[in-house]
Design a protein around this ligand. Structure first.
Ligand code: ZN
Length: 191
């Protein structure tokens, strides 16, 4: 399927746990690096990922975005790529000593799940949230399990990307920069 990711809205990431700006930025950086690395692993063409400040009802908040060039990817892989942000954030929080239960709760990204449901419904691929496995589709839980595994397999590259994203002053990395950093090929945009 083909999705113009630029047409999708910017998400706002809730921050229930992170207390300092550095922790908030790190959490979003790992979330976005999870999307970016798993998508690239599946052959998606990465445009850029970033962490940036946003105005939320008069308060300064942070958000992150991973932008893709128009590309083609199997339905289930798209669901896993969208689940990989939450999976990477969860794994990072667990690595800082948080319990798995708490990390799972605080990493939850309903926006990505809703995006998967809406984007894949357009090509008649169903993503369920009640645990049932549809004939042409997947449960979100199965996509999340696959994302947990994919993130574990690519943890070194995700960590390298998140650290670089945190370290670079404007918190922006291009697909070419991520490819150079990780050794993963960033495919050219589909014609
Ligand atoms: Zn996300």
């Amino acid at each position: 399927m083909s999705i113009d990711f630029d047409a999708l809205p910017v998400r706002r990431v809730p921050h229930h746990v992170a207390e300092t700006a550095d922790q908030i930025i790190a959490n979003i950086a790992y979330h976005e690096a999870g999307h970016a690395i798993i998508g690239m692993t599946y052959g998606m063409s990465l445009a850029q990922l970033c962490v940036r400040t946003v105005d939320i009802d008069g308060y300064m908040g942070w958000t992150g975005t991973t932008r893709w060039n128009i590309c083609y990817v199997p339905h289930f892989q798209l669901a896993v790529e969208l689940a990989a942000g939450e999976a990477a954030s969860k794994r990072w929080m667990t690595s800082t000593g948080m319990s798995e239960h708490t990390a799972a709760r605080h990493a939850a990204s309903p926006h990505d799940r809703d995006m998967a449901i809406a984007a894949l419904a357009e090509s008649n691929y169903t993503v369920t949230t009640d645990g049932t496995e549809p004939a042409n589709g997947t449960s979100w839980a199965r996509a999340m399990d696959a994302a947990d595994q994919a993130v574990a397999d690519a943890w070194q590259q995700i960590t390298a990307t998140a650290k670089a994203l945190i370290a670079t002053p404007r918190h922006v990395l291009t697909g070419a920069e991520v490819a150079a950093l990780t050794g993963i090929t960033n495919p050219p945009p589909a014609a």
